[in-house]
Design a protein around this ligand. Structure first.
Ligand SMILES: O=C(O)C[C@H]1C=CC(=O)O1
Length: 96
């Protein structure tokens, strides 16, 4: 099942820079692992914002939630989720 996920990162202004860098490095590791596993299908930066638009491919809503919970930045993100299904006019036979 595909989901459009928009994440906006809001780190506290008083977070020590070293802690922020550690969180971001760990987040990158996990994000890249999920991409290699085919779960995090797309990851795009929203230009001019500390935010991304992503496509996740997971079994169901609970799996998406569990996956998002594993992200080190989860406590510092506003996350919007939109479930997706194929558009009737899409020329793609699969879920690309
Ligand atoms: O930078 C972000 O948008 C937040 C998050 C998503 C992937 C990653 O490495 O960090």
């Amino acid at each position: 099942m595909l989901f459009h996920v928009e994440m906006t990162v809001r780190l506290p202004h008083d977070m020590p820079p070293a802690q922020a860098e550690q969180l971001k490095a760990r987040e990158k590791e996990i994000a890249q692992g999920l991409q290699r596993d085919g779960v995090w299908r797309h990851l795009w930066r929203i230009a001019g914002r500390y935010a991304n638009v992503s496509i996740f491919d997971v079994a169901d809503v609970a799996s998406l939630h569990d996956t998002l919970l594993t992200l080190p930045l989860f406590p510092y993100m506003d996350i919007q989720v939109r479930p997706l299904c194929r558009h009737g006019s899409s020329i793609h036979g699969d879920d690309r």
